[in-house]
Write a protein that binds this ligand. Structure first.
Ligand code: PRT
Ligand code: ZN
Length: 225
């Protein structure tokens, strides 16, 4: 990776976190010139540029040194961390600061009519999820053997389709679970948007910029609370 003198921060291009993330950076006094393809935005007020990407790509962009910082759900960061840990690989990113928006939880849910007393009630079941590493880690810690069925979306209909007996998915209001006659039985992870970064501070001017931005974000969050 070539050395850079400008800090680069990745945020979700379009989705639940994109507007709030960009709004947070604007409140920190960052102004961007939006480029035509709108993937890369040049920072006009400070030497901090913006990259608009899919949220799942953010940890990898930080790991590869393409970006210094990212705003991403803890769920995404924790899943990729759990996947690396299961292979005993190094985790080249970390959570710097919780940001107080995008709150949700990753939970196990089962059909309303199914009995549940404790994690062992899931023994031998098939659990559909887009978070296989976190699900497997939780099952292992609970001493439960269950089959993790990896899906790329629409996890909540898996029990009705018969492709799984239970699910592990993000929940916020609970309306999706209710609409699919599912009930939440165990929480795996409390999540919200977080500021993510590489393990160490960049060893050049970017390090100072990162500290400056962190202080400004903390200031904005304090005012909000
Ligand atoms: O395209 P890209 O990959 O960037 O976006 P995405 O589709 O993967 O993510 P997106 O925009 O849906 O969500 C971005 C982040 O928002 C997630 O990673 C979470 O950190 C956070 N977040 C907060 C949520 C929710 N709340 C949420 N409710 N992400 C998803 N949901 C979904 C959930 O998967 C389920 O389908 O909403 C449904 C449940 O909502 P309730 O209110 O019915 O319980
Ligand atoms: Zn995504």
């Amino acid at each position: 990776m070539k050395p850079r003198d400008r800090l680069r921060i990745a945020v979700q291009k379009s989705g639940r976190l994109s507007e709030v993330s960009q709004d947070l950076l604007a409140r920190c006094g960052l102004k961007f010139r939006h480029s035509r393809d709108k993937l890369f935005c040049f920072g006009e007020s400070l030497a901090i540029d913006l990259l608009l990407v899919r949220d799942d790509d953010i940890p990898g962009l930080i790991a590869d040194g393409v970006c210094d910082l990212g705003i991403v759900g803890r769920n995404v960061l924790a899943e990729q961390q759990a996947a690396l840990q299961s292979r005993e690989a190094v985790v080249p990113f970390r959570e710097l600061l919780p940001l107080g928006f995008g709150r949700c939880r990753l939970s196990i849910a089962i059909p309303q009519e199914l009995d549940y007393a404790e994690p062992s009630s899931l023994q031998g079941l098939r659990i559909a999820t887009t978070y296989p590493a976190l699900t497997a880690q939780w099952l292992q810690q609970a001493g439960v053997t269950a089959k993790v069925v990896v899906l790329s979306g629409s996890v909540e209909i898996a029990p009705k389709l018969g492709t799984a007996d239970a699910i592990c998915d993000l929940v916020s209001s609970g309306a999706t679970l209710q609409a699919n006659q599912l009930r939440e039985v165990a929480g795996i992870l409390d999540s919200e948007a977080v500021l993510a970064a590489a393990p160490g501070l960049p060893p050049d001017e970017r390090g100072e910029l990162q500290e400056l931005l962190l202080r400004r974000i903390e200031g904005v969050i304090q005012v909000r609370e």
